[in-house]
Design a protein around this ligand. Sequence first.
Ligand code: SAH
Ligand code: TRP
Length: 332
Amino acid sequence: MRTVASSPEIRIDSYLSAGEERSLAYDVLDGLTRPFKEIPPKHFYDARGSELFERICELPEYYPTRTEREILSARAQDIVRCSGAGELVELGSGSAEKARILLGAMSAAGTLRRYVPLDVSESALEAAALELVDEFDELTVHGVIGDFERHLDRVPRGPADGASRIVALLGGTIGNFPPGTRRRMLRQIGALLGPEDRLLLGTDLVKNPAVLEAAYDDSQGVTAEFNRNVLHVINRELEADFAPEAFEHIAFYDREHEWVEMRLRARRPCTVWVAALGLRVQFAAGEELRTEISAKFTRARVEDDFRAAGLRLECWYTDSDQLFALSLARRL
Ligand code: SAH
Ligand code: TRP
C-alpha cells in the first residue's frame, strides 16, 4: 500500500503499484491470445480515458448520466432518511458528481461524516476528494485507489459507533460485468454491508435498441475515441504499437442477451508487437476485439440478481420514461 495523500480531511491509499498497473499485462496476455479477443473495460480509464468518459456523460445521446442524476436529486432525501446513513462508500466513483447529491442530502439531514470513494483512476479520485472537502465542512474522505474486483477488502470498516452507511455502485457499472461475475460481484459487495446498511445500485433499463445504440455511438465520435483509448493505454504501458485509427468503433445491442456490446474492428490486417510481453498479435481484416458489454435490466432481473447475491430489493426508483433505475437493497 502506498499513501498518496494524508491530511486531517483527506486520506488516500493506493493498492495499484506502478509495475502491475491494473494487471493490464495479464489481461492483455489472456485476452489477446484467445480465438475471440477481449480486453476488460477497466483499462479504458487512465487520465485521458476518465476525461473522455466525462465528455460522454455530457453528450445528448448518453441519457444514463443525466437521468440517474435526476432520479438521485428527486430521491436523495428519501434514500438518506430511509437508511439514516452518515457514510457513503462509492465503487467506481469517477468524478463523484452523483456522490455530491447524496452527500448534500446527508449534510442537510445532519448525519454526514465520511465519503469513501474507490476507483482505479487516481487523477479522478484525487480531484473529487479535494472538491468535496471544500464543499462540505464536516466531511472527511478516505479514498481507495484500487480495483473493485480485487480490493474490496481494503474498504475501511464502517463508523465505530455503528452508524449505517450506503454502498453505491452507480452509472450502470454493474452492467459491465458478464452475468456470472455480476452476481459474484454483488455478493462481495453484500459482504461489505452491515444489517442496517444499504446498497444503492444504478442500472440502465431495457429499451428501444436505437436509443441504446446511439448512447454508445454518438455523432461526435467521443465514444469511439474512448473505446480506442484502451489501445493507447496498451501502447504506453506495455510498449505496444497498435495503430488506433486502424480500428473502427462498433456498438450494437444484442437482443438475446439484452446488453450493448462494444468492439474494435480491424479495418485491415494488422500485426501488433507488444514489446513488454514479447508478444506478437495478429488481427485479420474485419477481426474484432470486444472491449465492453453493458447489460440492460428489468426490475425482475435486478431482483433475481439480488436474491442470488443474498440481498433484497427495498426501494425501486425510476424516471418518468423508465430509462434508468436506482435500487436500494439490504441484506436478506
Ligand atoms: N460513478 C460514475 C462513473 C462511472 S464510469 C458515474 O456514475 O458517472 C466507471 C468508473 O468506474 C470510472 O471512474 C472507472 O475509473 C471506474 N472503474 C472501472 N473499472 C474499475 C475497477 N475494476 N475497479 C475500480 N474502478 C473501476
Ligand atoms: N458503465 C457505463 C455504461 O455501461 C460505461 C460506459 C458508458 C461506457 N459509455 C461508454 C464504456 C462507452 C465504454 C464506452 O454505460
